[in-house]
Each structure stands twice: as C-alpha cells, then as structure tokens.
Design a protein. Sequence first.
Length: 186
Amino acid sequence: MNDSKIVDLYLARSEDAVKETSLKYGARLRSAALKLGCDTGTAEECENDVYLRAWELIPPNEPREYLFAFLAKLLRSAAIDRLRRASAGKRSAEFTELTHELEECLAGNMSVDTEAEAKELGRMINAFLAAQPEEKRMLFIRRYWFFDSVDELSKRFGFSKSKVKTELFRMRGRLADYLRKEGYSL
C-alpha cells in the first residue's frame, strides 16, 4: 500500500492504518531502533510507541510524501527517550562522545528550551547541511543522526578512519562558523 493511502487510513481513524504501517515499515523501524542502541525488546516497544504517536499526530499532520521520515523521527525520539531513562544516573559512552563532539558547535548562551528556539536552530543546521556536498552531508547525518561509529562510516564511505574523523572535525568547525554568522552565540 502506498504512503498516501496509509495516511488516508489514519485520517479515517481506521485501525488498519497501524497494521499497514507495520507491514510496510515495521522491520525498518525495529532495525533503526537496534541501530540506535536498543535491545530487541526495547526496539519493539519503540516501534509500538511510533504507531501510537503516529495515531495521535495524524491528523493534524498529513505526511503523505514523507511518511517513513515522519515515522523515523518519531522512532528516534522514542528510542533516545527510552535509552536516557534506562541509563539515568549512568553515562552512555556513545551519547557522551557525540555530545562532546557537537558541544563546540551548539553549546552557548542561547537556550533551546523553547520550541521556537529549537526550531530556529534546526532550520539553521538544515540550511548549513543543504549547502554541503552530498557525501559530506551524508557523513555528518550518519554520524550525528543515526549514530554510526567511525568504523561503520569508514566502511560505508570507503574512507580511512582518519579521513572520517578529519571530515567530521572540519564539518563541525564549518557548522560553528555558520551558526556564528547566523547570530547563534557559541
């Protein structure tokens, strides 16, 4: 079934919407949750969380042209929330490493506590990424959105580990410069 028809089922409040979503995207959602560091049981719980959130968010949203991206965003949020709750009081090495890598670009006086500020920061980061060559943009997204390790990126892009680290370092520097020019104080 195509995405537009699945969205129509959600809009009609048909329970078949969840069934069709699961048939089409369930395996990909579970795989993405596992990639984010969830165990099998947690990945299934995250998948179910996605179906519930999709049910709640469609309507008013109608992601006909980007249903999987919509679901993937919900999954990422659910997985990170569950991992944070599971590791409360503990430091996750992978999340800590990624946080430190991006601190130089995003830490600053500007608070992203409000939704409007967060959306503006997201807009700036998206504009920056859109201006980058596709290969570098994908490298950055795979690292900081999908949490791919340097080893995985090296294999995926056919780069040495050193080149991956250097490219990511340079991209973070360019992002920091871009954010400063856009008025984001670091």
